[in-house]
Design a protein around this ligand. Structure first.
Ligand SMILES: [Zn+2]
Length: 303
């Protein structure tokens, strides 16, 4: 049996978030750290991961470190291939971190890690199959079938945000056009609001206005919520999950997003009089989901 704590670090686009799980699996400690600058070398990000993990370890024994990363991870879960917001490019990050720390290290995409956490102890607990969508600046996602995250032939499954929903649609940062995340994400929320108001508001401001009853802000959530439901319907048709869980900052607004999403989901599935429409629910673990899932990943000893 492993001695020491399981640690998870979520390496996001804007910060690092670390958790330490106690013997009973509960979160015992958390820490955050700022990301090195966009142009800093990759080694500085590795330093930052080790540092924030050491903060939550607080001198105690470490059984293993799980790392959730915002980007593409290869099939063997050894190499970080690419992420728009991280400096690493096709580099053996898992092994480097293991060599530097002497710890057992596991790594996976952040949305896959968040899905593991939501299935193990969040909104999807007990579900054998689930879709977990993270609605942040863009869209992250993961498919869980028979209790396992489906990583795909090359480790790249679940990148739902870049499936095309509008041919020749809006340009996406990925270089393609009409990607789903251009229509349903924090970025989409800001764009829809900007078009309606003629000025820029960031996502949290739109959320506050919507909660206060502002009609334009509420309509913006209705628009991206409808797109959310349309996209989820395509995924439900493909994977037939028991449950669909949506987390990420944009989901915090609640029913102003979920009600139109549920309506669009039901309206976009075939045969709804004769089949179950899976519940579309809010994630429960909040911003710690990725780090918790990373710790669970290494504690389970597989990807
Ligand atoms: Zn795209």
């Amino acid at each position: 049996m492993a001695v020491g704590s399981w640690i998870g670090v979520d390496v996001g686009g804007s910060k690092l978030l670390a958790v330490k799980l106690g013997p009973d699996g509960a979160v015992e400690a958390t820490a955050t750290a700022v990301m090195p600058g966009r142009t800093a070398p990759g080694a500085e990000l590795e330093d930052a991961v080790v540092r924030v993990a050491s903060v939550v370890a607080d001198g105690g024994a470490v059984a293993g470190l799980g790392v959730a990363v915002a980007g593409l991870v290869d099939a063997a879960a050894e190499r970080f291939l690419f992420g728009a917001h991280l400096p690493w490019r096709d580099e053996p990050i898992r092994e480097r971190l293991a060599r530097r720390t002497g710890w057992t290290v596991a790594m996976d995409n952040d949305a896959n890690c968040a899905a593991r956490a939501e299935v193990a102890r969040g909104a999807a607990r007990g579900a054998g199959s689930a879709l977990v969508i993270t609605l942040g600046t863009g869209i992250g996602g993961a498919v869980v079938i028979d209790g396992r995250v489906i990583r795909g032939a090359h480790g790249l499954a679940g990148e739902f945000g870049h499936q095309q929903v509008v041919p020749d649609g809006l340009a996406c940062e990925c270089g393609l056009r009409g990607c789903w995340e251009q229509y349903s994400s924090g970025r989409a929320l800001e764009r829809v609001t900007r078009v309606a108001l003629g000025r820029h508001l960031d996502g949290p401001e739109v959320t506050r206005l919507a909660r206060e009853g502002d009609v334009v802000a509420q309509q913006a959530f209705a628009t991206i919520g409808t797109w959310l439901g349309v996209g989820v319907a395509g995924l439900v048709s493909s994977f037939d999950p028991e449950i669909v869980v949506v987390g990420g900052g944009v989901s915090a607004v609640g029913d102003l997003l979920f009600a139109p999403a549920r309506a669009a989901l039901a309206a976009s599935l075939q045969g709804t009089a004769y089949r179950p429409v899976p519940p579309l629910l809010a994630a429960e673990l909040g911003p710690e989901a990725g780090a918790i899932g990373a710790a669970l990943l290494v504690s389970q000893g597989s990807v």
